[in-house]
Design a binder for this molecule. Structure first.
Ligand SMILES: NC(=O)c1ccc[n+]([C@@H]2O[C@H](COP(=O)([O-])OP(=O)(O)OC[C@H]3O[C@@H](n4cnc5c(N)ncnc54)[C@H](O)[C@@H]3O)[C@@H](O)[C@H]2O)c1
Length: 256
């Protein structure tokens, strides 16, 4: 199917949709015909993404919603709101919500570790579980859930013990979910971005970023749209024989 129409009449939930990679995913999925729920902890940024989405042309109806992915209560409310609005659960989901709270291991406070794990790992679990439960309950024939991990989960990164652990965790979570949910027609995959230009990497000191850039075989940082293109492929039926996979989107950084 042509990329421009392959997600027509599909409903997609994108967490972290208010910024960076999540926003680019919302734009890409909407441009392929999906109705998109832009979910973010920031109402303002979710509404801003919503305002920029193409659509409402092909029977699409997008919405913005506030969610704290680290709260089971909040995720539950989000799924109820979506099902009340659309009379169906999202059959496509991209977990892009994530945070960093960097510090050297020797200095890292317990709450820095806990918060990053709560949002990045537990948040991915809560959303994945809630979407899968809703799909199974309504007898949906298929679903595809993509979680944004990081190459840092594989190779580690100085100052990111909490983040690296959370991103290694989402790969294990995703592979387990892929095994358990295959029989319900639900596929689960990860994308592992390298260094992508977003507000998250804007916080990294220029000295560190220029060193990183020099290590990237393709010689530059990635753009959010380049991660979004892979997410769109993984939620679409073009990847129908792929589950439990982690796809690196790194410009070749740390390819081994
Ligand atoms: N930028 C990179 O280089 C890079 C590399 C690898 C992985 N990633 C991952 O990609 C994802 C998106 O990152 P980004 O660079 O676009 O960052 P970003 O900061 O631009 O966007 C993250 C979004 O998540 C939202 N968010 C934070 N906590 C939340 C919560 N508890 N509930 C709901 N939403 C919440 C934020 O409000 C923000 O809109 C993250 O999971 C990040 O770890 C980014």
């Amino acid at each position: 199917m042509a990329a421009a129409t392959r997600l027509m009449s599909r409903l997609a939930l994108v967490t972290g949709g208010g910024s960076g990679i999540g926003r680019a995913v919302c734009q890409r999925l909407a441009s392929e015909g999906a109705s998109v729920v832009v979910a973010d902890i920031s109402q303002e940024s979710a509404s801003e993404t919503l305002g920029r989405l193409p659509g409402d042309l092909r029977g699409q109806g997008h919405m913005a919603a506030v969610v704290d992915v680290s709260s089971k209560e909040s995720v539950k409310k989000l799924l109820t709101r979506i099902q009340t609005h659309y009379f169906q659960p999202p059959s496509l989901c991209v977990n892009a919500a994530g945070i960093t709270q960097d510090d050297f291991l020797l200095n890292m406070a317990e709450d820095q570790f806990d918060r990053v794990l709560q949002v990045n790992l537990k948040g991915s679990f809560l959303v994945l579980q809630a979407v899968a439960q809703a799909l199974v309950a309504c007898g949906a024939p298929k679903g595809s859930i993509v979680t944004v991990g990081s190459i840092v989960g594989k190779v580690g990164n100085i100052g990111q013990a909490n983040y690296g652990a959370s991103k290694a965790g989402v790969e294990g979570l995703t592979r387990t979910a892929a095994k358990e949910l295959s029989r319900f027609g639900i596929r689960c995959n990860c994308v592992l971005p390298g260094f992508i230009s977003t507000p998250m990497t804007d916080k990294v000191p220029e000295k560190v970023m220029s060193k990183m850039k020099s290590l990237v075989p393709l010689g530059r940082m990635g753009e959010p749209a380049e991660v979004a293109d892979v997410c769109a492929f993984l939620v679409s039926d073009d990847s129908r024989y792929i589950t439990g996979a982690s796809v690196e989107v790194t410009g070749g950084l740390f390819m081994g």
